[in-house]
Design a protein around this ligand. Structure first.
Ligand code: TPP
Length: 667
C-alpha cells in the first residue's frame, strides 16, 4: 500500500518535473498549470478514463478535453507516458515549427487531442457538444443487449474557462439537457495572469453550477489523489446531471518560490528555479527529462488497460452487425463521411411558377425533404427556428427525455451554439447545423474560426443576410459580415441566388469535408431562375459560373445571392439598349478560387475588363474580380430602418442604377 502510494507520488512529481523541463527548454509556455493539476490528471489517465493508447480512435473511448489549453504540456506528457504516438523528443520539440506539440493542443496533429483548445471557454463548451453527440449516438444505435455508446466526456477547465461567458451558455444548456455523461474537473488555483483571481472573479462557482442544475463536488486538497478519485467515481454514478468537481489546487506546486504566484502561469520557471523544483521533489537537479523506469512502466500499463474493453466492444459490434445490420452499416458509412445512397434523389427542384421564394424558405424545404434520408443530420437555431426555417417538421426535439430528437433548441446562446456544434461535428457520424441571423455570426466567431482551424464541418445557416431584411434596421443588417467570414482560411461560404442554388448549396455543404460551411440566405422573396432557359444551378459547385451569356459581351455583371436576379433584369434592359452583358452568378469565392486557370479565364476573360460587381455588403475584396477597369455597387455605410424595397432603392440596388453603372463603365 505504502509502496503504491510512493509510486503514485513519484509518478505525479515526474510529471511536474517534466513539465518544468519542457517549458524551460522551449523557453516559452505555461509550467504552473500542469504542476498544479498533475494529481487530477493522474486520476484521469491512471484510473478513471477508459481508453487504449494504442488505439486512440476506438469509438467508445472516453473523451478528454483540456479546456485550459495553455496547460497543454500536461496533456502531452500524459499522452507520452501512457503510450500514445508521441515521444520524449516530441516533448523536447514543444512549441517548435511543425512539431506535434504546439503551444496549444491542436486537433489532427496528435491522436489523443480530441479538439483544438486555447481560446478559453471553448473546450468547456465543445465538451457539451461531445456529450450531446454521445447521447444522440446512444439513443439511435444502442439496442437491448448492445450498449454500444456509453462513453464519458472529461475535461480539465480553469478559472479562465469559467470567467468566459461561453462556458455559462454551455453550462446552462448542459444542465437543462441533464447531460449526465459530463465530468469536468475545475482547476481552482485562484491564479490567472494578473494575479489572484479575487481581483475580478469572486462569485461562488459551486453555487453557480448548482443553479445550472449540475452535480457539484468540492475537493479541498488538490494533492489528495484518493479524494479526487472518489469524487470522480461519484460523478460517474450521477447519470442525470452533468458533474463538476472543484479541486483546490496550487499553481506551480513543487516550486519553492513560484508556487501560488502568477509568475508561474505563462513563463518558464527559470533554470535556477527548475533545479529547486527537482531538489524539492526528490529529483537530481543536474538531470533533465527524466522518467523513472517504474513510473514509465506504471503509466504504460495504464495506457493498455482499455485494450480488453476495446476487444469486448469490437466483439459486441460484430454481433451488432449481424443482428442490426442496417444500423451498423448506416453508422459505419456515416462515420467514414459517406452519405446514404440515394439521398440526392430527395433534393427538390423549383420552377419559376412556384413564385417568389426567400432562400431561407427554400432551405427549409430542402432540409425537410432530405431529413428522412440523412438520419444523423441534426441541428437547430438560437431561438430563431421559425425565422431561419431550420425546423425538421416530422421530427421531435432533442430534450432530456428524448435524446433521439433531431431539433435543437440552443436558446439565445449563439456563441455556445457554435462551440457546441463543433463538439457535435467531432462526434462520428453526426452532421450538425446551427442557425441564426447573419448579423449574429458576430456572436459566434470564436467557434467558427476554430472549426476552420480544425477543418471540421459544422454547417452554419445564416439568414436575413442584407438590408433586404428591412425594418429591423441598422443593428440587424449585415454589412461587413460576408467579407469578414470569407477572410477566414478554410471556410466555405455559399450565398445562393435562388431556390435552386439553395438546393445545390445544401448538396455541396453535405458533401464537403474540409472545414466549416456557411450558408447565407435571404429573408426576402426572390424569383426562381428558370432552369430551362439558364445555366443549371448545379454549376454552383464551381463557385462562379456564367448564368446567362450573350455574344461578344462588352461588360460582365457579377453578383451573389439576392443581387443575382437584379443583374439578370439589368442584363435584359441593357440588351434593349444594344449593350451585351454577361451575367455571372458567384455564390462562393472559395469554390471559384479552387477552379483551374482555364475555367477562371472562361468566366472572367482578361479581354473583358469592364466588370460590375453587385453585393449588398462591404465592397472589400471585390476589386480582385472587377479589375481596375470595373466598379462595385455595394454598401459603404450601415443600413437604415425602412421597408426593404425602400432601402434597396435608397442604396441604389435597382435595375436602373445597375444599368447606369454598367453604361458608365463603357462610356
Ligand atoms: C479567450 C481567451 N482570452 C485570453 C486568453 C489568454 N490567456 C491565456 S491563459 C490566461 C489566464 C488564465 O488563467 P487560468 O485559467 O486561471 O489558468 P492558470 O493561471 O491556472 O494556468 C489568459 C487570460 C486566452 N487563452 N483565451
Amino acid at each position: 500500500m505504502e509502496q503504491k502510494k510512493n509510486l503514485v507520488e513519484t509518478a505525479i512529481n515526474t510529471v511536474r518535473v517534466l513539465a518544468a523541463d519542457a517549458v524551460q527548454k522551449a523557453n516559452s509556455g505555461h509550467p504552473g498549470m500542469p504542476m498544479g493539476a498533475a494529481p487530477m490528471a493522474h486520476v484521469l489517465w491512471a484510473e478513471a478514463m477508459t481508453y487504449n493508447a494504442q488505439s486512440p480512435d476506438w469509438i467508445n473511448r472516453d473523451r478528454f478535453i483540456l479546456s485550459a489549453g495553455h496547460g497543454c504540456m500536461l496533456q502531452y506528457i500524459y499522452l507520452f507516458l501512457t503510450g500514445y504516438d508521441i515521444s520524449m523528443d516530441d516533448l523536447k520539440s514543444f512549441r517548435q515549427l511543425h512539431s506535434k506539440t504546439p503551444g496549444h493542443p491542436e486537433y489532427g496533429l496528435l491522436k489523443g487531442i480530441e479538439v483544438t483548445t486555447g481560446p478559453l471557454g471553448q473546450g468547456f463548451a465543445n465538451g457539451v457538444g461531445f456529450a450531446i453527440g454521445q447521447k444522440f449516438l446512444a439513443a439511435r444505435y444502442n439496442k437491448p443487449g448492445f450498449e454500444l455508446f456509453n462513453y464519458h466526456i472529461y475535461s480539465i477547465c480553469s478559472d479562465g474557462d469559467l470567467n468566459e461567458g461561453v462556458s455559462a451558455e454551455a453550462a446552462s444548456l448542459a444542465g437543462h439537457l441533464k447531460l449526465g455523461n459530463i465530468i469536468y474537473l475545475y482547476d481552482d488555483n485562484h491564479i490567472s495572469i494578473e494575479g489572484d483571481t479575487a481581483i475580478a472573479f469572486t462569485e461562488d462557482v459551486a453555487k453557480r453550477f448548482e443553479a445550472y442544475g449540475w452535480h457539484v463536488q468540492i475537493v479541498k486538497d488538490g494533492n489528495d489523489v484518493k479524494a479526487i478519485a472518489d469524487a470522480v467515481q461519484k460523478a460517474k454514478a450521477e447519470t442525470s446531471r452533468p458533474s463538476i468537481i472543484n479541486v483546490r489546487t496550487h499553481i506551480a506546486y513543487g516550486s519553492p518560490n513560484k508556487v501560488d504566484t502568477a509568475g508561474a502561469h505563462g513563463s518558464p520557471l527559470g533554470d535556477a528555479e527548475v533545479k529547486l523544483v527537482k531538489q524539492n521533489l526528490g529529483f537530481d537537479p543536474e538531470q533533465f527529462f527524466v522518467v523513472p523506469d517504474e513510473v514509465l512502466k506504471f503509466y504504460r500499463d495504464c495506457g493498455k488497460k482499455g485494450a480488453e474493453k476495446e476487444n469486448a466492444w469490437n466483439a459486441l459490434f460484430s454481433e451488432y452487425r449481424k443482428t442490426h445490420a442496417d444500423l451498423a452499416q448506416e453508422f459505419e458509412s456515416l462515420s467514414r463521411g459517406q452519405l446514404p445512397s440515394g439521398w440526392k434523389d430527395k433534393l427538390p427542384v423549383f420552377k419559376p411558377e412556384d413564385g417568389k421564394l426567400a432562400t431561407r424558405q427554400a432551405s427549409g424545404k430542402v432540409l425537410n425533404a432530405i431529413a428522412d434520408a440523412l438520419p444523423t443530420l441534426i441541428g437547430g437555431a438560437a431561438d430563431l427556428a421559425p425565422s431561419t426555417e431550420t425546423f425538421l417538421k416530422k421530427y421531435p426535439s432533442f430534450t432530456p427525455d428524448n435524446y433521439s430528437g433531431r431539433n435543437f433548441h440552443f436558446g439565445i446562446r449563439e456563441h455556445g451554439m457554435g462551440s457546441v456544434l463543433n463538439g457535435m461535428a467531432l462526434t462520428p457520424a453526426i452532421i450538425p447545423y446551427g442557425a441564426t441571423f447573419l448579423i449574429f455570426s458576430e456572436y459566434m466567431r470564436p467557434p467558427i474560426r476554430l472549426a476552420a482551424i480544425m477543418k471540421i464541418r459544422p454547417i452554419f445557416v445564416y439568414t436575413h443576410d442584407s438590408i433586404g431584411l428591412g425594418e429591423d434596421g441598422t443593428t440587424h443588417q449585415p454589412i461587413e459580415q460576408l467579407i469578414s467570414l470569407r477572410s477566414i482560411p478554410n471556410i466555405l461560404l455559399l450565398r445562393p441566388a435562388d431556390a435552386n442554388e439553395t438546393v445545390q448549396a445544401w448538396r455541396v455543404a453535405l458533401e464537403y469535408q474540409n472545414g466549416p460551411v456557411v450558408i447565407v440566405l435571404t429573408r426576402q422573396g426572390l424569383p426562381v431562375i428558370d432552369q430551362s432557359k439558364y445555366t443549371a444551378a448545379t454549376e454552383l459547385e464551381k463557385g462562379a459560373y456564367i448564368l446567362s451569356d450573350v455574344e461578344k459581351p462588352a461588360v460582365i455583371l457579377m453578383a451573389t445571392g439576392s443581387e443575382v436576379s437584379l443583374i439578370m433584369e439589368a442584363q435584359a434592359k441593357l440588351k434593349e439598349q444594344g449593350i451585351a452583358a454577361r451575367v455571372v452568378s458567384m455564390p462562393s469565392w472559395e469554390l471559384f478560387e479552387k477552379q483551374d486557370a482555364a475555367y477562371k479565364e472562361k468566366v472572367f476573360p482578361w479581354s473583358i475588363r469592364k466588370r460590375l460587381a453587385v453585393e449588398t455588403g462591404s465592397p472589400l475584396g471585390w476589386h480582385k474580380y472587377v479589375t481596375d477597369e470595373g466598379s462595385i455597387l455595394a454598401m459603404t455605410t450601415f443600413g437604415e430602418s425602412a421597408p426593404a424595397g425602400d432601402l434597396m432603392k435608397f442604396f441604389g440596388f435597382t435595375v436602373d442604377n445597375v444599368v447606369k453603372k454598367a453604361k458608365d463603365l463603357l462610356s
